[in-house]
Write a protein that binds this ligand. Structure first.
Ligand code: DHB
Ligand code: MG
Length: 218
């Protein structure tokens, strides 16, 4: 879960820079109603993703892990008319809800939802994404990263959420369990990007941790 008590800095940013439209409000309310609020990215992180889509001039975004589509919407709203977020969600109930919420939004045509196992879905995707956002099961981050590093275009960006792994990578006990596979996977994710010669990467200290990397060359 993300932090429920917001820092003053995050409150300030939310108040001044994060303006949810009615589509985003609808998704947020659905998450709250179903007790899932906090698993989604924060408004600040959503706005950052949107900023990156605009900055990279992205037309093709791949999102791994959708939940109800809160981050999906932030990104889709910065795409051109013919742009698309290919968004993969494994959980059937989340997928159905996301389908309904994305369908009701003003960017319905810019969201292509796929239900299923992301590793399988990615293996059959024929796309060179401008941006890949990874926010799914933490134990598989290493596999999602391997795919993304090969697939993303030069100049494109990879973003991973929860890259402090609920505090486990920074020696903080937040009462959330993570298995050995998830810890190993997240270490690999951050260390691989930190050291990759063909990427420039950085981590930003959001509460959950967000790792960003831009592909510099083949
Ligand atoms: C959880 C997953 C997330 O992707 C997140 O951002 C916060 C929490 C979770 O599984 O608890
Ligand atoms: Mg997340």
């Amino acid at each position: 879960m993300s932090r429920e008590i917001l820092s003053n800095s995050e409150k300030y940013i939310l108040q001044h820079f994060v303006h949810e439209d009615e589509d985003l409000v609808r998704v947020r309310k659905a998450l709250i109603a179903d007790g899932k609020f906090g698993i989604n990215v924060s408004g600040t992180e959503g706005k950052l993703l949107q900023f990156l889509v605009g900055l990279t001039g992205a037309k093709r975004v791949v999102e791994i892990g959708v939940l109800y589509g809160y981050s999906t919407l932030w990104m889709a709203k910065a795409l051109p008319e013919d742009g698309q977020v290919i968004a993969i969600e494994r959980d059937e109930k989340n997928f159905i809800k996301a389908k309904e919420l994305m369908g009701a939004s003003s960017v319905a045509e810019r969201v292509h939802l796929i239900q299923g196992d992301a590793r399988e879905a990615l293996a059959s995707l024929d796309v060179t994404p401008d941006l890949v956002f990874i926010d799914a099961d933490k134990a598989n981050y290493r596999h999602y990263l391997d795919w993304a590093m090969r697939a993303v275009r030069v100049g494109g960006v990879i973003v991973g959420d929860n890259t402090f792994l609920f505090g486990h990578l920074i020696g903080e006990d937040r009462g959330e369990k993570a298995g050995a596979a998830a810890i190993e996977s997240m270490r690999y994710f951050n260390e691989t990007l930190a050291q990759a010669k063909n990427f420039r990467s950085v981590m930003i200290p959001t509460y959950e941790g967000m790792t960003l990397a831009q592909r510099l060359r083949e």
